[in-house]
Design a protein around this ligand. Structure first.
Ligand code: SF4
Length: 147
């Protein structure tokens, strides 16, 4: 059993989490890293608190108190517009401060977003492929299913 927490972008604070929860169930996107036969429990779900992300300093603590071993930074930080400029710092900080793994990404990138973002030079320069590589490797059919 792996226990995880999810931090979403505060700009989408009213998001119901449908894509993240579906992907967790289907083991798609970043959740493909967990074998389907092994249970994964979501023990915390929150937002960064809005730019510049002050909640990232504190909210992992509660997730970890509830058993979280891995914190996921949601896909909305990667392909929301604009993408989160603090994404690398969040990952590095949480890992250093709390000693847990941080994975960038939750649900697959919807294909319609991917098609736009691939054209954005600044997005490529942000090196998203390097920090959210699993999401980029998803097949187009799965991405389309998350449009
Ligand atoms: S862009 Fe980054 S800092 Fe701003 S609300 Fe979204 S996740 Fe938080």
């Amino acid at each position: 059993m792996t226990k995880i927490g999810i931090i979403i972008c505060g700009r989408y604070e009213s998001c119901g989490g449908g894509k993240c929860f579906r992907a967790l169930r289907e083991r798609a996107g970043a959740f493909a890293a967990y074998p389907k036969e092994e249970p994964v429990e979501l023990v915390g779900y929150s937002t960064c608190g809005g730019c510049p992300g002050g909640n990232v300093e504190y909210v992992p603590e509660e997730m970890i108190t509830n058993g979280a071993q891995v914190i996921h930074l949601a896909t909305c930080l990667v392909v929301g517009y604009p993408p989160c400029p603090q994404i690398r710092e969040f990952k590095e900080f949480i890992q250093a401060r709390y000693g847990v793994s941080v994975i960038v990404g939750t649900h697959p990138i919807p294909l319609k977003y991917m098609k736009v973002h691939e054209q954005l030079d600044f997005w490529k320069k942000m090196g998203m492929e390097g920090i959210a590589g699993a999401l980029m490797k998803e097949d187009a059919k799965t991405m389309e299913a998350y449009d």
